[in-house]
Design a protein around this ligand. Sequence first.
Ligand code: HEM
Length: 369
Amino acid sequence: MTSSASFFSLLLLSSLLFDSHLSLTSAQATPPLLAGLSYEFHSTNCPSLETTIRDYLREILSSDTGVAAGLLRVHFHDCFVQGCDGSVLLAGSASGPGQGEQQAPPNLTLRARAFVIIEELRNRIHRACGAIVSCSDIAALSARDAVFLSGGPDYRVPLGRRDGLSFATVNATLANLPFFGSRVPQLITDFAAKNLDVNDLVALSGGHTIGRGNCGSFVGRLYPTRDPTLETTFADNLTRVCPTNTSSGVTPLDVRTPNNFDNQYYVDLLNRQGLFTSDQDLFTDNTTAPIVTSFANNQTLFFERFAFSMIKMGMINVTTGTQGEIRTNCSARNAASTTYLTTDVDQQGKNAGILRLFDNVVEGLFGYI
Ligand code: HEM
C-alpha cells in the first residue's frame, strides 16, 4: 500500500469511528419515540410554531424570569396526572365546586400567569396556523423554552399530543403527584408508576434549580423540631422566612442561583441546603447520592440527562391520533354546542358558495343567450 493510500484508509477508518461514536451518543441522547408522536409533526402545517413560542417567551421572561419556573412546573403536573393531555389547564369542576384537578392542593401553587401565557400562545399559534396545535404540545414546548431561556439545555420536543376531554379529581391528582415530604424509596415508586427510573427521578428533580417554594411545603422541617439534615445557616434563614409553622413566605428552591437553570441545585444538596425533604433525601439515600454527586460535578452530564428525561416525561400516557381534541381554549373543553355552531357556520358558508357558483353559471348561461 502506498503511503497516500494508507493515509486515506486511516482517514476513512477514523471518520467511520468518529461517526459511529456520534450516532452512539445521539442514540443515547433521546429516548425512543412513542407511536403517534414525531419531531416533525407540525413542521409543514405550522412552521412558525416553535419560533412563535420562543420569541414570545423571550419577551415575557425578560421582565418576569420567575414565570419560567411556573411553565416548567405546569408541564410536570400535566404529565403526572392522566398523562400529558393538558388536563391541568382545564378550569372548573364537573363534580362540584372545588373538586377539579386545578383545585388539588399541589396545583394551587401553580402560577396563574403561566396559564395565561399558554393561552396567549395558543391564540397566536391558532391565528397563524389554524386550530391544529394542542394545548398540551404548547405546554411541552413552553417548558422546554423556559428551561433554555433560563440557561438550561435546548432539546427537540416530540409533538402530536392531543388534549384530553376531562380533568382528574382532587384525589386522583393527589395520588399521582409526588409529595414534598416523601423519601427516596417512595419517590422511586411514584416515578416507576410513570415508567420513569431512578436516573429520571434525580435528573428531573433538577427542575428545582429555578423557582420558589412556599413555607407550607417545608415548615415541617423546621417545627416542632428542626430536621438535623438541614445545614445550620440555611435553616436559620428559612426560619426567618417562616417564623411560625403557619407563616406564608416564599423562598428560592436553589439558594445559590435561584433564576439560572444550572447544576447548582445538586451543589445545594451536597451542602445540605435542599429545600424539601424530597430534594435533600436524594443525597441522603445511597441509591441516588452517586447520581447527585455526578450532576454536581458535571453540568454537561446533568443537561444531557435532564433533556433525555424531559422527553420521556413528555410522553407519559399521551393522547394521539384521533383521541381527544385540539382545544380552542386551553382552559375549557370544546363544547358540543361550539362544534355544532362551527359546523353550522361552515355549512352555511359552503351553501353560500354553492349558491354563488350556481348564480355565476346561470349568469354565464344567460350571458351567452
Ligand atoms: C420529585 C418530586 C417532586 C416533588 C415532591 C416536587 C414538589 C414541589 C413543591 C412542593 C414545590 C413548591 C410548591 C410551593 O410551595 O409553592 C415545587 C416547585 C417547583 N417544582 Fe417540583 N416537585 C417534584 C418534581 C418536579 C419536577 C420533575 C419538575 C420539573 C421537571 C419540578 C419543577 C418545579 C418547579 C420549576 C417549581 C417552582 C415553581 C414556581 O416557582 O412557580 N418539580 N415542587
